[in-house]
Design a protein around this ligand. Sequence first.
Ligand code: ADP
Ligand code: MG
Length: 759
Amino acid sequence: MEKGLKDPEIADLFFREDPEKLFTDLREIGHGSFGAVYFARDVRTAEVVAIKKMSYSGKQSNEKWQDIIKEVKFLQRIQHPNSIEYKGCYLREHTAWLVMEYCLGSASDLLEVHKKPLQEIEIAAVTHGALQGLAYLHSHNMIHRDIKAGNILLTEPGRVKLADFGSASIASPANSFVGTPYWMAPEVILAMDEGQYDGKVDIWSLGITCIELAERKPPLFNMNAMSALYHIAQNESPTLQSSEWTDYFRNFVDSCLQKIPQDRPHSEDLLQHAFVLRERPESVLIDLILRTKDAVRELDNLQYRKMKKILFQEAHNGPTTETQEGDEEPEHGPGHTGTVSSVGSNQSIPSMSISASSQSSSVNSIPDAADDKSDHDLEKDHTVMSNSSVIHLKPVTRQMQEHEQDSELREQMSGYKKHSKRKSLVELNENQSTPKKEKQEWLLKQKENFQHYQAEEEANLLRRQRQYLELECRRFKRRILIAKHNVEQDLVREELNKRQTQKDLEHAMLLRHHESMQELEVRQLGTIQKMRTELIRLQHQTELTNQLEYNKRRERELRRKHVMEVRQQPKSLKSKELQIKKQFQDTCKIQTRQYKALRNHLLETTPKSDHKAVLKRLKEEQTRKLAILAEQYDHSINDMLSTQALRLDEAQEAECQVLKMQLQQELELLNAYQSKIKMQTDAQHDRERKELEQRVSLRRALLEQKIEEEMVTLQNERSERIRSLLEKQAREIEAFDSESMRLGFSNMVLSITYRDLGL
Ligand code: ADP
Ligand code: MG
């Protein structure tokens, strides 16, 4: 059946009985964004209670339902003499009936009745009570978030009660944009994105409430809500205007209104403040309530008298004109006072929250039942109000105006027929008590009076209708302006988001480009280096091969030369042999000649007989000497041959040795040279790689820096755009509203809720 009631945890939040059967005498005593609050009596105990009816049907029903659950859960949790006592909740026809202890009215009602500020001790008493309630909430980590005079109630015995937990937060810190503009703390206004705040926001609102009680309106109340928000967030804190207040009070308000939450005292601290601790009569609030009741009674009587007068005149008007009198609202009698407009402008300002749905129902959603009150009901209202012990601190007029402002048009169109019953009654009374002639005269005079009055009223009616139309036009224009603003905001947001996405894409592309470039460069460098290494390897190989070939050739040449040498040796040997032979032959010849000479000499000197022996001896001698020579010859030949061969061997060996060493050296040189080249190349490659790395990381850093800078610029541009748009819009609205004010439309300014104040 009902939403979420299958969940036992949710179902347990509500009583099952039918509230229609449990509560009687319902009379509306206040209303806000969600619907209306009623005075009622519990039939079982005759106890007087207040019932806040909250509908969760129609648009955004789910959000409304969630809001109800939130408020009920919150009320169930809290219990403190300074917060409203919760008695339970019922469901009927998509409406939650939230039953609470009954209060006489709010601090805002007091201001409304008296039309002047409260006295300082009264403010101190109200503030003291509210502060105790807040200290309780804050000590349990809860935040009220909508502290204002309209949400601080008073009971018959003069107790102060915090009420309206529809905006409260069950946890602290919190960050949603919740509250009523003029009372909002700067950090709530600035918390739109990710900022956080805590119970100190209630302290700020309490400070504003103090000013409200002292000056009847919160600061900046003449501005439109949007401009006020800017003002609060950007400018100095407000202070008490008049110098009549004590320093205690001023100091109290100033501490509440410290812009920086850390500088603002906690509720506990403020409970020690002289402003609230200072002695004051215990009966302050009871006296205030009595005073207010008297004033209400006075106002209601006045109203009743006015109504009577109108009824009386109506009674003499006859049935033909009855239908013309379309708009006989009680306040439009000849004795019309300033009440209407001032009460009208005090229409409860809806508190707002981004998440809450209730705000969007705005002031225009007053239950039909309220509009259809019959004549009988009105009279009953009046008597109950004045005679019973229950006097709500709002005059009847105001309560009626609260519906009538919205049903104005309907009433104007359909005619004010509610008093017909009473009219005949009055007529009858008058008729019975007057003598005939006087009666005639009196009737004539009355008729004249009446005709005059009728003409006047007709003119009034026309004027009012025209005014109403103009007002509607103005409202419509204003709505259009706000719709235009919303569209502008949407467009700007969309454009900015698109640009952001574009930039993000561009950056992603740049990074990707950078990465592929880096990859390419690394790959290219790798290829180049590999090629270079390969080239060097090939070159070295070739060099080595060449060198080895060269070596071989040199060795081969040497060997050939040696072979040649060896081959040439025998020739030289033979010529040397021949030389020796010739020397030998020469020696032999010389010897032969010397012997011949010697024989001749001996033959001459020796006797002939001895010749024979001498010749023989000589012959022998000669032969022996020749043999020695021959032997010598052989020996020297052999000698020569052997030394010659030895010498050749040795020389060749040495030559081979030298060549080998030389070639070895050359090879070693080549090797050294090549490995040096290799090392140099390796080093070069290392260097190149490092350079590339550096270049790439520098480029990356530059790119990242550029991206970062662009993001910052974009972000700045974004906030600048949004800020200037919002400022422009605020200016437009302000201009529109001040024009409206100039043209005499005053109380429609806040009737349209901003859909969304954050971008
Ligand atoms: P909203 O969330 O719309 O501000 P509230 O809870 O503040 O609703 O109720 C709106 C008005 O109804 C209050 O300003 C007050 O005048 C009246 N009201 C609320 N609760 C009570 C109550 N318990 N007793 C008497 N009047 C009440
Ligand atoms: Mg309220």
